[in-house]
Write a protein that binds this ligand. Structure first.
Ligand SMILES: [Zn+2]
Length: 112
């Protein structure tokens, strides 16, 4: 997974494409098993909930972010400020292999 929680990304496809164009949003969560992410304000779905007073749940319509596949988002590079593909460089730190993400566009290291 080249996308991590807290990254700034741009949503590149789906019905939010026009709405989200030229906007960057923060990744709220990452599911490495399904290869999906939830992105702030992207792909909102309406969930209809029934009131359940014993669990203190209010009824009504709740809008929340739905998971979208990682291929539909691109990481926005903090160096060149553009959506970019992410490369990985691996180097040794003592006995540990450390994988670092780098921008394919400008080569800057993307910290997280
Ligand atoms: Zn860059």
């Amino acid at each position: 997974m080249s996308i991590r929680k807290g990254d700034l990304v741009r949503v590149m496809s789906g019905r939010d494409r026009e709405q989200m164009a030229n906007k960057t949003s923060r990744v709220l969560s990452v599911n490495a098993v399904n290869m999906t992410v939830t992105v702030e304000h992207a792909h909102m779905i309406k969930r209809h909930t029934r009131a359940n007073p014993s669990k203190n749940v209010k009824g009504g319509i709740v809008e929340k972010e739905a998971a979208i596949h990682v291929s539909n988002v691109m990481l926005v590079c903090p160096g060149c400020n553009k959506p970019t593909r992410v490369g990985h460089t691996v180097h040794m730190e003592g006995t540990h292999r450390v994988s670092t993400r780098v921008c394919k566009r400008c080569g800057v290291t993307i910290e997280k």
